[in-house]
Write a protein that binds this ligand. Structure first.
Ligand SMILES: Cc1cc2nc3c(=O)[nH]c(=O)nc-3n(C[C@H](O)[C@H](O)[C@H](O)COP(=O)(O)OP(=O)(O)OC[C@H]3O[C@@H](n4cnc5c(N)ncnc54)[C@H](O)[C@@H]3O)c2cc1C
Length: 378
């Protein structure tokens, strides 16, 4: 019997477990594979609310900024508790432009950033290349967003696991949750591991199963239409070529310690397919080569694939559900790493305080219940 059972050991499940445990709850995380098996370990780890700010509703931009502000303390807490580094870096993002179209896009992005109080600095081609000398001579301008940061998501997942264990979170790996049901005032979860089936009881449950939320897991939730958006990401190694995240509308290039570079990422509707493809790899290399020709001589160390959990409006689903004591934190799509500290903070407030904080009200599951009522009436 636990106070809280969390289904899914991704960045969302583990961040919430860490926060709830630090607030005195006894927490069990149940993970079908190993923690970090899902999208979280694949993620580039960019903490960039600036990205697509124009297409993002203000409430989500607010949540992203809130999470970004929480990041330094979150990292300090995780690293102190578990004793492992997350490789958090704060050099900012440099958007680069190759032609007039890109230039107009950067002007526009700069304006939107300023309107929303997000600082950004427009640069000439020469200033841009002074910051990053290996950039192609064809780069004609840039936009520096210094408030964007990044974390090594692989290290973060390992550090978060250690931090959870240090806070006495119980982690059951290689264990699948098949059903979640509320009976006689508490919640029962049926668990299946390779050698046994069992039932776990908890006072509260948090559903954080990523894109698999509606795959084989039976819950009292309404259908929310969770779907996978496949992302391929390439890992290169060799001479260090860049100091900060570089990006344009086609590709991003993320530097990691030891001369490693990540090129990302494709956005594909391919169901649950997790195979890398020649076309995906070709696109990433082609777009990145246009910006950074020196990567021609780097070694390909890995091509990784992850499934981003997305619902129809591409916004996360965070908060209580219609079933008492069952909560949800899922559908973080392209921003789960960025949104982890805020999600953990506000869901903990909701689970312990019994009220839904205003900050997460726009992300309630009731928007799907209302949608299905309208459909039924029509
Ligand atoms: C290529 C790529 C690049 C990305 N880059 C960024 C980025 O730069 N910045 C950013 O903020 N975000 C990024 N993202 C998005 C981010 O990775 C996701 O939003 C985030 O990882 C979602 O976390 P999660 O914990 O909800 O899901 P997941 O990490 O997928 O975790 C869900 C876990 O639940 C487990 N599970 C599922 N069903 C069950 C069950 N029935 N029983 C037990 N366990 C179960 C799974 O095994 C899995 O481990 C990227 C994603 C991809 C694919």
């Amino acid at each position: 019997m636990s106070d809280v059972a969390i289904i899914g050991g991704g960045v969302i499940g583990l961040s919430c477990a860490f926060e709830l445990a630090r607030c005195g709850r006894s927490v069990t995380v149940i993970e079908r594979e190993q923690t970090g098996f899902g999208a979280s370990t694949v993620a580039a780890g960019m903490l960039t609310p600036s990205f697509e700010v124009e297409l993002t509703p203000p409430s989500l931009v607010e949540l992203q900024l809130d999470s970004l502000r929480r990041y330094p303390q979150f990292i300090a807490d995780v690293e102190t508790a578990g004793g492992l580094s997350c490789e958090y870096r704060d050099e900012g993002t440099l958007w680069v432009s190759r032609h007039r179209d890109d230039e107009l896009e950067l002007d526009h992005l700069c304006q939107i950033q300023e309107d929303r109080g997000l600082p950004a600095r427009r640069l000439t081609g020469r200033q841009t290349r002074q910051l990053e000398p290996y950039l192609s001579p064809r780069i004609i301008g840039g936009l520096l967003v210094e408030t964007d940061h990044q974390v090594n998501s692989r290290k973060l997942m390992i550090a978060l696991r250690a931090a959870c264990l240090a806070e006495d979170v119980e982690i059951l790996e290689d264990t699948t949750v098949n059903t979640v049901e509320r009976t006689r005032g508490r919640i029962a979860l049926t668990l299946q591991s390779s050698d046994s089936a069992s039932i776990l009881h908890a006072d509260q449950v948090l559903l954080a199963a990523g894109v698999w939320l509606e795959e084989g897991l039976v819950t009292p939730l309404p259908t929310i239409g969770m779907r996978p958006i496949k992302g391929q990401i390439m890992h290169l190694t060799g001479q260090p070529l860049v100091n900060r995240v570089l990006r344009n509308s086609d590709v991003y290039i993320v530097p990691r310690a030891g001369g490693k570079l990540l090129l990302g990422a494709t956005e594909e509707e391919q169901g649950f397919d997790m195979q890398p493809t020649a076309g995906g790899t070709l696109d990433l290399l082609r777009y990145a080569f246009e910006i950074l020709p020196g990567l021609y001589d780097l070694y390909v160390s890995e091509i990784d694939v992850g499934l981003r959990p997305a619902v129809s409006d591409h916004q996360p689903v965070i908060g209580p559900t219609d079933t008492q004591d069952i909560f949800i934190a899922a559908g973080h799509y392209r921003g789960g790493v960025l949104l982890a500290p805020a999600t953990a903070h506000w869901i903990t407030e909701a689970m312990i305080g019994g009220q839904t904080p205003a900050e997460i009200e726009p992300f309630g599951i009731d928007r799907f219940v209302q949608e299905s009522r309208v459909e039924a009436a029509g």
